[in-house]
Design a protein around this ligand. Sequence first.
Ligand code: IPM
Ligand code: MG
Length: 366
Amino acid sequence: MTQKILLLPGDGIGPEITAEAEKLLTVLRDRHGLDVSWTSAPIGGAGYDAAGHPLPPATLEAAKAADAILLAAVGGPQYDKLPRELRPERGLLGIRAALGLFSNLRPALLYPELADASSLKPELVANLDILIVRELTGGIYFGKRQTGVETDYKVGSQIIPSARVARDTEAYSDFEIARIARTAFEAARLRGKKLCSVDKNNVLESSQLWREVVIEVARDYPDVSLSHMLVDNAAMQLVRAPKQFDVVVTSNMFGDILSDIAAQLTGSIGMLPSASLNERGQGMYEPSHGSAPDIAGKGIANPLAMLLSVAMMLRYTLARSDLAGAIEAAVRKVLASGLRTGDIAKPGEATVNTVAMGDAVIAALG
Ligand code: IPM
Ligand code: MG
């Protein structure tokens, strides 16, 4: 049966890198027997411009009907003044919530050819291969919010008679913790069999429950070695000795922060794909980088994270790991041949543009 892909180009460099993904999909369909069809819809700032909302109803409907979604990036300075509910990010958060995409896989893989691009010493990051599993539909991102004037607000031992107060709530249920823990244990089983669960259990109630439930789930995975780390230490360990990690599982907020640190370890966020999955295996795939408004429209963005997101989509939703592997091999080949976009070039090194990089990957696919 033909599987349906929804393309969400979004903002900034989004449309440029989506064009490269579309080129790749066309080749996979026409030459490699991939049975897919696709359509595209506006999201983020583009959704706001086209339909007055970052997640137009038609886009949401198309997303629900798709087997897989390929999202490029959302956001741009022209939307910064919009109220929170209309900001481009709401498009992304809305799809995560509506489709129940609770499981966010963020690999941080160092390509040996790009070892110099890391801000850490080469020996610390050589062959780095970490997977961050981030809970994506719970925690403080989706907890109860409130802003208003409160009386007798306590600040330490002081009482402020009248204060403007804003609240966000971190809440996790055992159900949510157990299902993301299972995803992480399963992932660890297929990799180095090491899982580190990151929390702030010395301070937060929600983290105490997190740790308890992860330990309960661990009973079903005796073959995976489980450790626990406080988030501040985890941030430090990631830049001190990142290779101690295999799979890391953590909450929405901590995962947001730690995955950016992990991405920087590899030197180029322009190289990293990610997947957000629900219980049915439906998935949204996106580069870990943002919309890069500073280089938008110039045709110089690195399309590799987007093309590698296509590879993740083939592996996790479309059940074509053979083609996923072929794309990943093609990217390695292109890097080995010395081709670089600006973000991964050394000072003074020649660079190619977005289209040339996309073409090279397709050519290397054979
Ligand atoms: C990410 C991004 C999003 C997040 C923003 C754009 C809402 O930073 O995917 O990591 O915080 O989840
Ligand atoms: Mg983030």
